[in-house]
Design a binder for this molecule. Sequence first.
Ligand SMILES: Nc1ncnc2c1ncn2[C@@H]1O[C@H](COP(=O)(O)OP(=O)(O)OP(=O)(O)O)[C@@H](O)[C@H]1O
Ligand SMILES: N[C@@H](CCO)C(=O)O
Length: 292
Amino acid sequence: MLTVRAPATSANLGSGFDVFGVALGAPADVIRVERAPETTISVTGAGSQYIPENPKENTVGAVAEALDAPARIRIDKGVRPSSGLGSSAASAAGAAVALNELYDRGLTREELVSVAAEGEALVSGAAHADNVAPSLLGGFTIVAQDGVTQVDASVPVVACLPETTVSTRDARDVVPDRATMDDVVETVGHAATLAVGMAKNDPEIVGRGMDDGIVTPERAALIDGYDRVRDAALEAGATGVTVSGAGPGVLAVCRGSARRAVASAMLDAFDSVGIESRAYQTHVGEGARLYP
Ligand SMILES: Nc1ncnc2c1ncn2[C@@H]1O[C@H](COP(=O)(O)OP(=O)(O)OP(=O)(O)O)[C@@H](O)[C@H]1O
Ligand SMILES: N[C@@H](CCO)C(=O)O
């Protein structure tokens, strides 16, 4: 039996819609695999009651099929589904690493990105790789048409998850078809700033590059209390705040010394609109890890 821990991720980071992603130190899914004549899946842990065990409907089933690697697969969910922390992607990335090893397929982590993205296509209708790439490679990743670029980083973050859910499929329906040239120019400037901030591991520069006026306002409107949570986090010392992935999670970047205050401000702000939430005080972290 092989065991893999695959981290939650936060995609987009505001200015990098469908392009940027980061691996988070916590939470994570744990995937266990054993060879079997056909694929079976069992799911336990956070939100497991909402996750299908039918291989045709689970992201890990799509990965097993893509690798032609039938297995008995057990998923222990640390990443709650439909929260904006790449839950479906963490399972897919973990399964890709585990099954590649189990069947000695010899694919690199970079090559596994498109394999794991097959699972994302199954649940969200688009094979976007901005969650599976950081879950596989760790750090900060840029997914472009011609490949993935990765940089190690350890910027402190707070990921605050309200009890509500938003499905990625629904959140993709509100993405505008067009943007003005002014908005594009502004967003490119922010995205470039953010990428430099990650390379320098500097939360001030990362935070300055997180704003986006194209997709984020539409997504934020789906999250009750978003404006209050954002304002509270900024007041408590966050350098940047945005919707995590497709939401409803909210991601704040900050200096390590401000992390506790930012988390507490975000929890209080959700509470003030009658919504319970949970905050992960963590950092940009490592990718999927294989245990012997
Ligand atoms: N292994 C899996 N883990 C989690 N969700 C899964 C899995 N397989 C299938 N799903 C389905 O995928 C959907 C959750 O995926 P979705 O992309 O909406 O959320 P997410 O992965 O948590 O977040 P995001 O992509 O916004 O960061 C749910 O409908 C869930 O049932
Ligand atoms: N880039 C994708 C990620 C989903 O987590 C989206 O925002 O729809």
